[in-house]
Design a protein around this ligand. Structure first.
Ligand SMILES: *[C@@H]1O[C@H](CO)[C@@H](O)[C@H](O)[C@H]1NC(C)=O
Ligand SMILES: *[C@@H]1O[C@H](CO)[C@@H](O)[C@H](O)[C@H]1NC(C)=O
Ligand SMILES: *[C@@H]1O[C@H](CO)[C@@H](O)[C@H](O)[C@H]1NC(C)=O
Length: 466
């Protein structure tokens, strides 16, 4: 790849160079890596890629973020959280007081994440693109012509108990006078937007962000003095592309990302709750650093550098992120680790080879489980659960219970919902070259709304006492 660089420069301008770097020469890897990682070089793809590169360049020019090699890059930027509706028409205020106390709760001993199945639900969905103006364009599946609506008509039923429906008033009551930060990638944003849509039944937030960067937003619910913020941090630790013409990333496994963890976590320490998540970005080829020195890589093919795989980088990144949360000076809140959203829902090809997610119903639990165990998702999930347990023990010892850690183990439920992604209905048909089929994010409304049914239960008094 390095040898090619001068040749690229000779052959053409910036655009050409950019699209060549997109169509890099990474050879075939595992299926899952291919879905989210690099596109092998193919001369016949160049015209299509030229269009894609041009659009991506236009979309990202202002922010200088690179058009890279991953499916997720197209979702990186150029799309902001849609601004809120005019506050001249405030929605009804929640009856102040005992909403949370009155909220339906799962019975003691109910594991809300344990599969379980999705059962038909005629009362779904909670909102539409007309009642919620906060849906991200790429997840507004109905707007872009998704013809089937059956995928909206299910609710999550954990094994052995019922998960109560989302109750916006109870949620806002439970978070009154508190703040919540989402830290992660575009799935974290997807989650937060689902939450904001669910809350429109009671209140709209005001954008009080101190930056114009669409990847860092802070929203405030005045009626309940609830602040919710999103921090873009796809690796949780410091990660960047040293050379944007190449696909290789540099990931500093022991340096929590300053975007949220600067000064030992000072910025995040003011939040009462921090929801961290990550996963999809670790499939990229990367060189790993610790104490500033190269310790290994994932698919770098550099002589003498051990390939420790993305299982290693994901694990160590979570370890570092959780460590800073447990030790952040002044932090006395709750850390909620949301386990990965499935990376494995493309069928019939890789993401850039016509792979798609055209199912219209949930999978059976056994099939979803088998897929998870057979693929990368099972390994990533195991690493997250192990690092969570490790950090929880450390927090109990180091903080005497001041910092609480709670696992939000959504993966098994979501493995069953390959029908819940935008597929090609995350954009207009003529944009298909740029955005491919999206089998990673979730339609809004859609199955991701269940995350907030789960989150509400986790916020109710007594949930995390075990
Ligand atoms: C909402 O979805 C409908 C299709 O169900 C679409 O016609 C309309 O343009 C969408 N509106 C918005 C504001 O997204
Ligand atoms: C509003 O909430 C913040 C926490 O997000 C808290 O520090 C502050 O005291 C609250 N304000 C009032 C007026 O209760
Ligand atoms: C979408 O992409 C496919 C494959 O790249 C192409 O054959 C088709 O013409 C494209 N559709 C539109 C509407 O551009």
């Amino acid at each position: 790849m390095q040898a090619k660089a001068p040749e690229q420069q000779r052959r053409g301008g910036h655009l050409r160079q950019r699209l060549l770097s997109m169509a890099s020469d990474l050879p075939s890897m595992q299926k899952l890596q291919l879905q989210l990682a690099a596109a092998p070089a193919a001369a016949s793809l160049l015209p299509a890629l030229a269009v894609a590169a041009l659009i991506l360049l236009l979309a990202t020019a202002r922010r200088c973020s690179p058009a890279g090699s991953s499916f997720l890059d197209a979702y990186r930027s150029g799309v902001a959280i849609v601004s809120t509706p005019p506050s001249s028409t405030p929605p009804p205020r929640a009856g102040a007081g005992a909403a949370a106390a009155a909220a339906a709760r799962v019975p003691p001993g109910c594991d809300i994440f344990k599969a379980g199945e999705w059962v038909p639900d005629e009362d779904s969905p909670y909102y539409t693109n007309l009642t919620c103006p906060l849906i991200q364009e790429h997840q507004n599946c109905m707007k872009y012509g998704r013809p089937d609506t059956g995928f909206l008509k299910w609710r999550w039923r954990p094994a052995g108990c019922e998960l109560p429906r989302f109750d916006a008033a109870a949620f806002l009551d439970a978070v009154r006078d508190t703040s919540m930060a989402f830290v992660g990638d575009s799935l974290a944003r997807n989650h937060m937007q689902s939450l904001m849509c669910l809350l429109t039944k009671v209140a709209y937030p005001k954008d009080i962000s101190k930056t114009a960067n669409p990847e860092f937003r802070t929203m405030h619910y005045e009626s309940h003095n609830f602040t919710v913020a999103i921090f873009w941090s796809p690796f949780l630790v410091r990660g960047y592309q040293p050379d944007r013409r190449r696909h290789m990333w540099a990931i500093h496994l022991d340096e929590p990302d300053p975007a949220w963890a600067a000064s030992g976590g000072a910025a995040i320490a003011s939040f009462d709750r921090v929801v961290i998540s990550a996963g999809n970005w670790f499939t990229r080829p990367a060189v790993f650093y610790e104490s500033g020195r190269v310790v290994g890589c994932h698919y770098c093919l550099l002589p003498g550098v051990p390939d420790l795989t993305h299982r290693h980088s994901l694990r160590m990144a979570f370890r570092a992120a959780l460590r800073v949360l447990v030790t952040a000076p002044g932090f006395g809140g709750t850390v909620i680790l949301r386990t990965l959203s499935p990376t494995s829902h493309f069928e019939g090809g890789e993401w850039d080879k016509g792979g798609d997610c055209r199912r219209t119903r949930p999978l059976a639990a056994a099939e979803a489980r088998a897929r998870m165990v057979a693929g990368l998702d099972g390994d990533f999930h195991a690493a997250q659960v192990e690092e969570f347990a490790r950090a929880k023990a450390a927090a109990a010892e180091a903080t005497g219970g001041r910092v609480k850690l709670v696992l939000m183990d959504t993966t098994a439920a979501m493995e069953m919902r390959p029908d819940g992604h935008p597929s090609r209905y995350g954009h207009w048909a003529h944009e298909n070259v740029t955005l491919y089929n999206d089998c990673v994010h979730w339609c809004l409304p859609g199955p991701i709304d269940a995350w907030n049914e789960m989150l509400l239960q986790m916020l109710l008094p007594g949930y995390a006492s075990s």
